[in-house]
Design a protein around this ligand. Structure first.
Ligand SMILES: Cc1cc2nc3c(=O)[nH]c(=O)nc-3n(C[C@H](O)[C@H](O)[C@H](O)COP(=O)(O)O)c2cc1C
Length: 304
């Protein structure tokens, strides 16, 4: 997830219970080359703890896709995923990502270019079920004809953003289309999966080969191990937050704005006495050392 699941957060997830596959934040294929490449390639950093990891790319330039996929293969990624789902106006409005749902010829060209660069590693697409209306039947059929290794379906249209419940019946429909065509593309379902129980129920009912989990990781860092991070003693949680802060410092140093860390506080703090004050103090902090000292202050006074 853009601006959230960097290598540091992925390592925090990995140590709490790793998923079977990690995905990077989406990275614009053309930005991996040229003057933006230093910034852009930061998104491709990962450690062994995050393996297997698939890199997600976006853009509209087939040659950049080919070159990007080659770079990703050389950097040891387990696969290349193409974003055809982002609904943000400033992106889809320019013909990128979810807009490709209505631009099939370019979508096919991009997939072919990625495949050429990726060589032996798998190529997948993550998409939605339409732009303004549900078009699962024709869009999924079209994508499956491109011989993808995997297809992740976020079961909402672009217009719906995240404002309506995900339509898992459309994901089940995609599985039936795949079975009907007799191709071996793996189908991965995505949307509103809040717990491991729910994940297995949804997978069982829809027949998918895998489930992608997004936002639920913010509510439960131990999602993938079946634990319940919110029920851990406050001191355990704040120690983990401190660890995140320190990892961030080690990985990014001054190259990343400290304030970017503040969005993670909700992952660790909340629902225990003193949590609001702790959160408030961290939100007011102006430097990482201050945030770490606030954690220490809390931990010093905590008896668990
Ligand atoms: C902050 C944020 C960033 C996201 N960034 C990406 C992204 O870079 N690539 C992508 O394919 N989807 C991205 N998504 C969409 C999620 O991957 C997922 O499709 C969506 O949140 C629905 O799944 P969920 O209910 O499990 O969160 C993002 C979602 C959020 C909330």
């Amino acid at each position: 997830m853009e601006d959230v699941t960097d290598t540091v957060f992925r390592r925090m997830v990995a140590s709490a219970g790793a998923p079977d596959v990690f995905f990077t934040e989406f990275t614009k294929a053309d930005d991996l080359f040229g003057r933006r490449s230093t910034l852009s390639r930061r998104r491709l950093r990962y450690t062994n703890a995050e393996r297997p990891i698939v890199a997600q790319i976006w853009g509209n330039e087939p040659t950049s896709y080919r070159d990007a996929a080659r770079l990703l293969r050389d950097r040891g990624f387990a696969g290349v995923d193409i974003n055809m789902g982002c609904p943000k106006r400033k992106i889809a409005g320019k013909g990128f990502c979810s807009a490709l749902i209505d631009n099939r010829s370019l979508a096919a060209e991009l997939i072919a270019a990625a495949r050429e660069g990726a060589g032996p590693i798998p190529v997948s697409v993550k998409t939605r079920i339409g732009t303004n209306r549900v078009v699962t039947e024709e869009w999924v059929r079209f994508l499956l004809e491109q011989h993808l290794d995997a297809l992740t379906i976020h079961a909402r249209t672009a217009k719906e953003m995240s404002e309506v419940p995900a339509r898992w019946c459309e994901i089940a429909r995609a599985v039936r289309i795949r079975d009907g065509l007799g191709v071996d593309t793996l189908i991965v379902g995505n949307g509103d999966v809040l717990s491991l129980d729910m994940l297995y129920r949804r997978a069982g009912k829809s027949g998918v080969d895998g489930v992608m989990v997004g936002r639920a990781i913010f509510d439960n860092l131990e999602f993938f191990s079946g634990g319940d991070f919110r029920n851990r003693p406050p001191a355990v949680r704040i120690r983990r937050m401190r660890e995140h802060f320190e990892l961030f410092e080690r990985e990014w140093g001054s190259s990343m704005n400290f304030h970017a860390l503040k969005k993670y506080v909700v992952v660790y703090a909340g629902g225990f006495p003193g949590a609001d004050l702790l959160t408030e103090r961290i939100m007011r902090a102006t430097a990482l050392e201050q945030a770490v000292a606030i954690c220490d202050d809390f931990l010093g006074g905590s008896r668990c």
